[in-house]
Design a binder for this molecule. Structure first.
Ligand SMILES: Cc1ncc(COP(=O)(O)O)c(C=O)c1O
Length: 291
């Protein structure tokens, strides 16, 4: 028998198969909840505090009281990670809980439902890093609160499926002629020696990896501008990148079947990728020093 896959439900650790949730849970009925995905290297969460602070912002936006402080969340995730060594992604979601009946209005005084689990986190493949990935584009047909990390992901799911149908990794989206993000990643463009990042507004989910890239670019003296990036600039870009907790940073080498720049991952991608790998390695080493 394989060892039980230990997950966390309302603060208690238990085998995943033993967790059951009411069909009246507002997460199930309305998609009324928020979530986080945290990458873990050698047992250490990457920017845990920033992930739980973003969770707090998502909860504030949907008027859901947080059952835990950032420190309590970090401790809870740590208890779960003790059962899952190595490189993992922690997935957690908080829903508004189980009301007595279905009604759109947010009921007062419900106990939120908290679920957390781990999955092994493979690094992007050598092939993806060396050759880059294909993406398609679409108009951003999602809502105007993309800054909330909502479990209601239907728009993102449809966009991701459009990419999968085209054998592409991601669907890059434009709203009113400007770049927003991709279905489960942020997007950066490179023009000459300058990296362009779309604004940190309500039209994108502000990625923890996006913010990490900004820090790495600043420390590495890479020129970076945060501003609106037009669709024309994206289509004429020398380089395009995807970032997310699970994709790290990947070069987009074809967009709608046309080569991006030289059609190979560019020099600024290789620099940022190296800085990212160095950052990851430092996290892993921190675990060894602490052990
Ligand atoms: C829509 C969307 N944008 C951006 C990101 C990147 O966020 P992070 O870097 O925190 O993983 C994600 C991650 O899943 C996402 O779903």
């Amino acid at each position: 028998m394989s060892p039980a896959n230990i997950a966390c439900f309302n603060g208690a650790l238990m085998p995943l198969e033993e967790i059951s949730i009411s069909p009246l849970d507002r997460g199930f009925v309305f998609g009324d909840g928020v979530y986080e995905v945290i990458p873990v290297y050698n047992g250490v969460m990457l920017r845990a505090r920033e992930h739980f602070e973003r969770l707090q912002r998502s909860m504030d936006e949907i008027r859901l009281a947080n059952p835990y402080s950032v420190d309590e969340w970090i401790a809870l995730a740590g208890r779960l990670l003790a059962h899952h060594p190595g490189n993992q992604s922690v997935y957690l979601q908080v829903t508004r809980g189980v009301p007595p009946k279905r009604d759109h209005v947010m009921p007062k005084g419900l106990k939120p439902t908290v679920f957390m689990m781990c999955q092994p986190l493979p690094s992007p493949s050598r092939e993806q890093v060396d050759n880059g990935v294909a993406c398609i584009t679409a108009n951003d047909f999602r809502w105007e609160k993309c800054n909330i990390k909502s479990i209601s992901l239907l728009g993102n799911v449809i966009a991701r499926q459009m990419a999968a149908d085209a054998d592409a990794t991601e669907c890059v989206m434009f709203r009113d002629g400007f770049l927003t993000e991709a279905s489960a990643s942020n997007v950066f463009a490179v023009k000459g020696s300058t990296v362009l990042a779309p604004p940190m507004d309500n039209l994108i989910l502000l990625g923890i990896t996006y913010q990490l890239l900004l820090d790495l670019a600043r420390d590495g003296d890479v020129k970076l501008e945060v501003r609106k990036v037009s669709e024309a600039e994206v289509r004429a870009a020398d380089e395009l990148w995807l970032t997310s907790s699970t994709k790290e940073v990947l070069a987009i080498t074809t967009l709608d079947g046309k080569p991006v720049g030289s059609g190979k991952p560019g020099p600024l991608f290789r620099r940022m990728h190296a800085l990212y790998q160095d950052y990851k390695a430092r996290i892993g080493r921190a675990a060894e020093v602490a052990a």
